[in-house]
Design a protein around this ligand. Sequence first.
Ligand code: GRF
Length: 202
Amino acid sequence: MLKVVVLVSGGGTNLQAIIDNIESQKITNTKIVGVISNNKNAYALERAKKHNIFSLSISPKDYENREDFHKKLLEEINKLSPDLIVLAGCLIKIPDELIKNYERRIINIHPSLIPAFSGVGYYGLKVHEEALKRGVLVTGATVHFVNELVDGGEIIAQEVVKVEKDDTKETLQKRVMEEAEWKMLSFVINEIANNRIKIGRE
Ligand code: GRF
């Protein structure tokens, strides 16, 4: 059984897709052992509670410095001893210590075709706004391993979404989620859980 910790910051629609796909057995051999948010008000936490999944908020605001916050985060994740950590709309920079401890065991979903519209500052609607500004005809989403570079780790999967003439950043964000993100993240987790994508050190 693949034990998964999901890190979130906001609405948690990607988390919801994972929960639903585990319940309907589109994802097999997988258990979400915890959902952790840096934001106390993240709706993602409610989603976890509704499905009786252990959830926790660890806010950097409650710690004197970043180091103490990172220490607590690592401590709580270690307690859950996950095989895989999924960043599903997690807006904090992942501490190096966590990356070292979970090498090739942390994956992230990003709402563009990396390397386009990725890296520092590219999150949320900004990604889609920039894609529209540049006039790309296709965009999409990427699932990748997390390393010390923002959106810089090895790419695992990408899905293309067509940009429509009348798209706004909001409609594009929605379609990228519906057509790419929700399906692809679940697909990758299922592949990992069933040993078709290898994680961890070789
Ligand atoms: C998604 O667009 C994801 O790609 C990005 O943050 C957003 C999170 O949305 N990393 P949600 O919280 O899963 O609804």
